[in-house]
Every structure is written in C-alpha cells, then in structure tokens.
Design a protein around this ligand. Structure first.
Ligand code: B1M
Length: 232
C-alpha cells in the first residue's frame, strides 16, 4: 500500500473503524488492533463493548475461515496475538469496576488444549465482576487442577476446552473430585465453543456457560446460593 493509501484509523467513523479492525485482526496486525481499541475507548465506548463488538466479532470471522480451510494455524496465531494485544489494554479497565469481592475462581484450559483466549476473557470478566481469579493457564492435568484447588480453596472451578478431543477430559477431572469426596466443595463451571448444556450435565458440571457474560451471571448465582445455604 502506498503512503497516500494508508488508512488513518482515527479518521474512520465507528462503524468503519470496527470493520477495519476486523480486517486488521484477520491480518494479525497487533499494533493496529491496539490503536483501534484505544480510539474506541477515547470515543467513549465501554470496554465490554470494544471487547465483544470489535475483538470477539473479528475473531468469529477468523474462526469461520479457519474452519473452512482459508486460514491456517500460523495466520490464526497472529490473529490471536493481535487479539491478546487488544485484550491487554481492556483487562485493567474491565477489572476496575470497584465491585466488592464476591468469590474466588480457579480456571484453566484442560490437558491437551492450548486455546486460551476464551478462558482469558472469562477470567477478565470475572475479575471485573469482583471475583478473585487464579488462572492456571493451558494444558492442565487433573493433578494440576487438584493441587490448585487444595492450595487456593476457591468457590468455583472453571474449565475451558475448545477441541472435541479435549472436552471429555473435563469429566476426568470431575470424576476424580467425586472419587476423592471433594466434588461438593466446589461449584464446577465449564465452557468452550464445542460444549453445550447437555454435555455439561452429562459430565456432572454444575453449569455450562455459553460465553463470558453468562459465566459471570452463573458464577454470581451459584455463589449467592452457596452463601445463602451456609447461612440457613
Ligand atoms: Co484452534 N481450533 N486449533 N487454534 N481455534 C478451533 C477451536 C476450531 C473450532 C477451528 C475450526 O476448525 N473451525 C478447531 C476445533 C475443531 C474441533 O475440535 N471440533 C480448532 C483446531 C482443529 C485446532 C488445531 C487442532 C489445529 C491444528 O493444529 N491442525 C490446533 C489444536 C492445538 C491444541 O490445542 N492442542 C489449534 C490451534 C489453534 C491456535 C494455536 C492457532 C489458536 C489458539 C491461540 C490461543 O488461544 N492462544 C487457535 C484459534 C484462535 C482457534 C479459533 C479460530 C478461535 C478460538 C477463540 O479464541 N475464539 C477456533 C475457532 C472457533 O472457536 N470458532 C479454533 C474466541 C474466544 C473469545 O471464544 O474460545 O469460544 P471461545 O470462548 C468463549 C466461550 O466459548 C466461553 O466464553 C468465551 C468468551 O465469550 N468459554 C468459557 C470459553 N471457555 C470458557 C470457560 C468457562 C466459561 C466459559 O469456564 C467457566
């Protein structure tokens, strides 16, 4: 692109900017995504709107073309990296709500799975809603989950899986908790694109969460129920 053709992000209106950010995310342009996020924030967009409309919206397009074999792993990694750049700007803003501490969650992506964008988003939103979040990262074995639960004593265990081949591992973790007589000590919430409510029930989770906003609402609901039953 020649110098004259260069797009000045700040000169685009909101709709054009979001469209341009979809293209920039698709092309893995991290700096442009960070600039776009900052511009939308300066224009008064709420951090959550920027996250869902510009970043998650862009990643949905990447996901569809990855599925259809138009994009491949290296390109998707670049897109993920650009998305993370934007999320890093939003993270402190989402956590800054001043909400009182409502509970604690340990969250991680299951063994064999390295997808972490959705999990990170859930963690950010949970922090924003006043939860303390301990993030175990990716590729977590049952031992790692159990160690963290012992160490942290959270209200909630959150597990994420993005692959049909890794989602059954959630059941391994829950079954181990049952075997050790610890299942009832925790609210178990699960999520990830290939899961659904039926799967959540079948593996013995307390709930399946379709997205980060649902995860927050579900977590609040279960924690207040737990506190009420303890006070009864
Ligand atoms: Co992967 N990948 N990937 N990938 N990747 C998918 C998941 C896939 C659906 C793409 C496709 O074919 N359409 C497909 C899975 C197919 C299947 O299993 N049925 C796939 C594949 C096949 C693979 C590889 C096997 C590819 C290969 O190597 N041939 C490989 C596997 C690596 C591994 O894990 N072992 C692989 C690798 C990768 C990258 C490394 C390139 C990259 C990940 C980078 C990273 O995460 N750091 C990547 C990406 C980016 C994707 C897609 C395009 C996007 C995922 C994402 O970040 N979405 C994805 C396509 C898709 O999902 N449509 C795909 C955005 C994110 C905000 O949404 O993660 O769904 P999501 O999270 C949501 C909800 O699901 C929910 O809330 C979140 C926010 O609203 N949620 C939770 C998620 N976790 C939760 C936990 C909770 C609650 C809610 O706990 C309480």
């Amino acid at each position: 692109m020649s110098e004259e053709d260069e797009i000045i992000l700040s000169e685009l209106d909101d709709e054009e900017l979001v469209q341009q950010m979809f293209d920039d995310l698709y092309d893995g342009l991290k700096e442009e995504i960070e600039e776009g996020v900052n511009i939308l924030l300066e224009r008064g967009w709420a951090p959550y709107e920027v996250l869902t409309k510009a970043l998650v919206g862009g990643m949905t397009i990447v996901g569809a073309d990855f599925r259809d074999g138009i994009l491949f792993v290296p390109e998707v990694l670049l897109a993920a990296n650009a998305m993370k750049g934007g999320m890093a700007i939003l993270k402190p803003l989402l956590a800054e709500t001043g909400a009182p501490r409502v509970g604690k969650m340990v969250i991680g992506t299951v063994k064999g799975d390295i997808h972490d964008i959705g999990k990170n988003l859930v963690g950010m939103m949970m922090e924003g809603a006043g939860f303390e979040v301990v993030d175990l990262g990716i590729n977590n074995s049952v031992e790692k989950y159990l160690e963290a639960l012992e160490r942290e004593g959270p209200d909630i265990l959150g597990m994420s899986a993005l692959l049909t081949t890794t989602m059954p591992y959630m059941k391994v973790v829950i079954d181990t908790l049952v075997e050790q007589g610890k299942r009832d000590n925790y609210i178990v919430l699960v999520g990830g694109a290939p899961l659904n409510e039926e799967f959540g029930k079948a593996i013995g989770a307390d709930a399946y969460c379709r997205d980060a906003a649902v995860a927050v609402e579900t977590a609040k609901h279960f924690v207040s129920r737990k506190h009420n039953s303890m006070n009864a």
